[in-house]
Design a protein around this ligand. Structure first.
Ligand code: RFL
Ligand code: PHB
Length: 395
């Protein structure tokens, strides 16, 4: 037996991309169903991004999911770069007149899930064996199993918001796209703890033992990262070892002030740059991590997901309002311009701050010169700041 359903847009993936798109479409009166192969609890257990550009906050405002973000999000007007024992502030407000907001991806996802269920819009969790078909025609179909019953969802469009390992990009015919990729020879070991943050703003650390980052989720919850090798396992990093290594990478004064405590989450993420071109095939549109990955150093992944979804929701809304597919046709080209600028920035921040085994002493000196240049030259600092706070969207 097969249950049959129909909608305008089938959204595969209930991460930030899928949920933001779902809410923007709902508010524009376009029907959509969100399908994820994991449970709500599993999705909310992922600890990921923490830094939101204004563009992302605007999307959440438009999605009607920003009340808690405005109450609890922390406005950050700059970041700190630590190298050679010194701490140097990059003042976003002075350099660009703009800022970022620190608010966890977990909270943002929870807010979006809540507004979605309050609005009565349809979501399916724990869907098994999700498959997409017919997107090269005018009648795409999504098939999956739910509680043992085969389901068929017919739609006008499919939005592939199912992350890097999802099924949508993998369903493209192999001759229809090209990928661009760089895998970095290290990872990030992250630790979350209910301890007050090391400082009021984020600290990006370039150290001979490797990169470190002091970040936060609130005034009482901290997030720290250490550059580690690709082969390390979380089990090799008991909390004591993590805190000791972090202190070694911070200058002694800051290390002494660092408040440590038991971890509430610890995980290792590999670092990768990846882009698929184009981001559209027939009636399948890819958005967010399904189409591109950046190393987390520039804090761009979630923000790129928000800008893709902004373009896609406008294009779909225009199609349903007046039958105009002009914006849908421009979707991939428009997104990719912004994607590549963020790819460049994330690659550059990664190159600037991490220890690369094969770069040797020369590489370390070049990094130091580049960091010196950043703190001495307003032009160099503006270049960092304007990308970090987020480049403007095209009209
Ligand atoms: P997600 O979040 O991976 O969600 C995809 C959803 O699709 C589901 N799915 C499927 N559903 C149905 N069928 C299938 N076959 C499916 N396969 C997968 C999954 O269950 C999931 O729910 O992708 P999305 O929505 O595009 O969101 C992207 C962001 O999650 C990602 O870019 C950011 O987390 C990246 N990132 C950061 N971005 C920022 O903008 N600022 C940051 O400060 C920042 N820090 C980070 C980060 C990512 C990190 N990691 C772990 C890679 C820090 C870290 C450590
Ligand atoms: C985080 O808080 O998780 C975070 C912040 C800044 C980054 C990456 C991750 O560049």
């Amino acid at each position: 037996m097969t249950d049959r359903l129909t909608t305008a847009v089938a959204i595969i993936g209930s991460g930030p991309s899928g949920l933001m798109l779902g809410q923007l479409l709902h508010r524009a009166g376009v029907d959509a169903v969100v399908i994820d192969n994991k449970s709500r609890e599993h999705i909310l257990g992922r600890i990921r991004a923490g830094v939101l550009e204004t563009v992302t906050v605007d999307v959440l405002d438009d999605a009607g999911a920003s009340e808690r973000l405005h109450e609890q999000g922390l406005v950050h007007r700059g970041i700190n770069l630590a190298f050679d024992g010194g701490l140097h502030r990059i003042d976003f407000e002075a350099l660009t007149g703009r800022h970022v907001v620190v608010y966890g991806q977990t909270e943002l996802t929870r807010d979006l899930m809540e507004v979605r269920s309050a609005s009565g819009a349809a979501s399916v969790y724990d869907a098994q064996d999700v498959r997409i078909e017919g997107f090269e025609s005018a009648h795409p179909v999504v098939r999956y199993r739910k509680d043992g019953t085969e389901q068929e969802l017919r739609s006008d469009f499919i939005a592939g918001c199912d992350g890097f390992h999802g099924v949508c990009r993998q369903s493209l015919p192999s001759q229809s796209y090209k990928t661009y990729e760089r895998i970095y020879p290290f990872g990030w070991l992250g630790l979350l703890s209910d301890t007050p943050p090391a400082a009021d703003e984020l600290i990006y650390v370039n150290h001979e033992r490797g990169f470190a980052l002091c970040s936060m989720r609130s005034h009482a919850r901290s997030r720290y990262y250490l550059q580690c090798t690709q082969h390390e396992r979380v089990e090799e990093w008991p909390d004591d070892r993590f805190w000791a290594e972090l202190k070694r990478r911070l200058d002694p004064q800051l290390g002494e002030r660092l408040m440590t405590g038991p971890s509430i989450e610890k995980s290792i993420a590999p670092l990768r740059s990846f882009v698929v071109e184009p981001m559209q095939f027939g009636r399948l549109f890819l958005a967010g991590d399904a189409a591109h990955i950046v190393p987390p150093t520039g804090a761009k992944g979630l923000n790129l997901a928000a800008s893709d979804v902004r373009y896609l929701s406008r294009a779909l809304t225009q199609f349903y309002r007046n039958g105009d597919s002009h914006e849908l046709d421009r979707y991939s080209e428009r997104c990719l311009r912004r994607v590549w600028l963020a790819e460049r920035f994330s690659w550059w921040m990664t190159s600037l701050l991490h220890r690369f085994a094969d770069a040797g002493d020369f590489g370390a000196r070049i990094q130091r010169a580049e960091l010196e240049y950043l703190v001495r030259s307003r032009a160099a600092a503006v270049a960092l700041a304007e990308s970090y706070v987020g480049l403007p969207l095209e009209d």
